[in-house]
Design a protein around this ligand. Structure first.
Ligand code: IPE
Ligand code: IPE
Ligand code: MG
Length: 253
């Protein structure tokens, strides 16, 4: 077993890990290859990390695969990514099922080409009964899109008389987010040396521990995930309280 894996305290795993899979393009460019070559190799990392998370017993893994802003990339890259998405899903559904992994999707599905939507919906249906890892793909997703959507839907309910303005709470807002069924991520990882959120889970990351690594996504493997989890386990999550307050609530040794 890996030395890093042995150090992980299995009783204090994050329930939900979210990852911004960044750096495919630069990884490819550094090798004198086309950006799509990087995306292609990024799929191998997805496989490896999904497997790693499932083995550990992480309950939710959210992967940022395509942002609403990514639609503005050159046409050939966008269509290449869509084709890669569809062919990957087609190939992987069987192994998702075998590993009891349930697929979810968050994002503006109406922006996806019809053939990609059909393929995704099929995969969602097929993996629905699975009870192991919840794999959440953020596709054509952005936090601002999601929040705007939630606000509009809440306004509709108010207009139809189904909801009173005074009754709107944080729970209401949570209910209207795409992630309403999932707990907030405790750990957010971004690869490839960028220190920003890029419109990812803006509301849900409020108290997430952020972990940044220079490793490009196509090079990211289970060992890198273990490193991130170990780093997370060494942090003190205070949620606005003082360190002393946290000590008081700890059971005496
Ligand atoms: C992440 O890699 C994948 C997507 C955004 C689809 P990039 O394509 O952003 O790679 P870099 O950041 O240009 O290296
Ligand atoms: C964020 O990466 C989106 C995904 C990884 C899918 P970007 O590469 O699009 O983000 P910026 O443009 O560097 O902020
Ligand atoms: Mg990028």
């Amino acid at each position: 077993m890996s030395a890093l894996l042995e150090k992980i305290d299995k009783s204090r795993l994050p329930r939900h890990i979210a990852i911004i899979m960044d750096g495919n393009g630069r990884w490819a460019k550094e090798k004198g290859e086309d950006r799509l070559f990087g995306h292609f190799h990024g799929v191998e990392s997805v496989r490896n990390i999904v497997e790693g998370a499932a083995e550990l017993g992480v309950e939710y893994l959210t992967l940022y695969a395509f942002s609403t802003e990514n639609w503005d990339r050159p046409e050939y890259e966008v269509s290449g990514l869509m084709e890669l998405l569809v062919s990957t899903i087609r190939k992987e559904v069987e192994s998702l099922n075998k590993n009891n992994i349930r697929l979810h999707v968050i994002g503006d599905m109406s922006m996806l080409p019809e053939y990609a939507r059909t393929e995704l919906n099929e995969a969602l249906d097929i993996t629905r009964p699975n009870t192991g890892l919840n794999l959440v793909m953020a596709l054509s997703y952005s936090g601002r899109w999601e929040l705007l959507n939630a606000v509009k839907n809440i306004a509709h309910e108010v207009k139809q008389g189904k909801l009173n303005v005074e009754e709107i709470s944080q729970d209401t807002l949570q209910h209207f987010l795409c992630t309403s069924e999932f707990p907030d991520p405790e750990l957010m990882i971004r690869t490839s040396g960028e220190f920003r959120i890029s419109n990812f889970l803006l509301y849900q990351l409020a108290y997430a521990e952020l972990y940044f690594t220079n490793v490009r996504w196509p090079d990211f493997r289970k060992e890198n995930l273990y490193e991130a989890i170990l780093d997370y386990q060494n942090r003190e999550r205070r949620f606005g309280k003082t360190s002393d307050q946290l000590d008081e609530t700890k059971a005496p040794a």
